[in-house]
Design a protein. Structure first.
Length: 303
């Protein structure tokens, strides 16, 4: 199971967005329960954490392996933003999906998504970190020095590219980003946010260590292009999920295939992975806690 490392310390656990989850089902969902066992294909959704072609390439080995083992076509669905994948699952157009921690929590609320696996890096950790980047020659020494500056976040539903940087800003300054900064724009992906800092179109950006390391390795940025102004505590890794009303036997089969994939192939996903391990909804309570601490409403995130 995922080893939880809390970002906030001890907190009162409160229900997200004023409820304990979306337990209602439309007639469309109810009919899907009856027909899910007879599905002829599986649709996998991928959030656009990076360039869409990059994401396709990263998950292709896992898609192909799942397709071979499950014995039916596995197709990929991509959207222009995180909310698009959540909406697709809500409308039963996506069966399994890779989400970030925050977009998973939202999909849990909106589409009854169930987290079942997370990628594990060499060394055994499944966590990652959010970072606030500034240009290499920026005079800023702390977040406080960015007062009134224009910054880039990734997507309102991005954990390391919006939620956690917002928490870091609030903790440091007592203000939310839209109050503290001059302007907050959304770059759409982590690589785009970091390139905006490199090109000095913004004074800072929120992103993460996974994409940063990949961009350095590929030569898309150099060490002196960006400087890490602040780093968060570890964040629970981005989970693979399936729809709650997917056929139970299908869910069990998908879960077994993913968790044992490392015994047959070199597993892939977001970052360099060694294997996948099981996770549950409780492993992401820290994300729900941050949402509560910031007083965010789902309308602010799914915009």
């Amino acid at each position: 199971m995922l080893r939880r490392q809390l970002l906030l310390g001890a907190l009162v656990l409160l229900p997200l967005f004023g409820g304990c989850g979306n337990n209602s089902q439309t007639s469309e969902n109810s009919s899907q329960v009856a027909s899910s066992a007879a599905k002829s294909e599986i649709i996998m959704g991928l959030i656009p954490a990076e360039d869409n072609e990059e994401m396709l390439a990263k998950f292709e080995p896992m898609r192909a392996h799942l397709e071979e083992k499950i014995g039916m076509p596995v197709k990929v669905f991509q959207a222009t933003d995180y909310a698009g994948v959540i909406e697709a699952m809500k409308r039963d157009r996506v069966d399994i999906a890779w989400f970030g921690p925050l977009s998973y929590v939202l999909a849990e609320q909106e589409a009854e998504a169930e987290a079942f696996a997370v990628g594990v890096k060499e060394g055994g950790t499944s966590t990652y970190q959010s970072m606030i980047f500034v240009p290499g020659d920026s005079p800023a020494k702390s977040i406080a020095d960015l007062k009134g500056a224009d910054v880039a976040f990734v997507d309102p539903a991005s954990t390391s590219g919006s939620l956690v940087p917002s928490y870091m800003v609030k903790k440091s300054t007592g203000e939310m980003p839209d109050q503290f900064f001059g302007k907050v724009t959304y770059a759409g992906s982590h690589d785009a946010a970091q390139l905006a800092v490199k090109n000095k179109t913004v004074a800072a950006a929120g992103s993460n260590d996974i994409t940063h390391e990949k961009m350095l390795e590929k030569g898309l940025i150099k060490d002196n292009d960006l400087r890490i102004l602040e780093t968060s505590d570890p964040i629970p890794g981005s989970p693979l999920t399936y729809r709650g009303d997917l056929d139970p036997e299908m869910k069990a089969q998908i879960k077994e295939i993913i968790l044992n994939a490392h015994n047959e192939i070199e597993v892939t996903g977001y970052g360099t992975l060694a294997r996948y391990e099981e996770v549950t909804a409780q492993d992401y309570q820290v994300i729900r806690d941050i949402v509560q601490q910031l007083g965010l409403q789902k309308e602010q995130i799914l915009k």
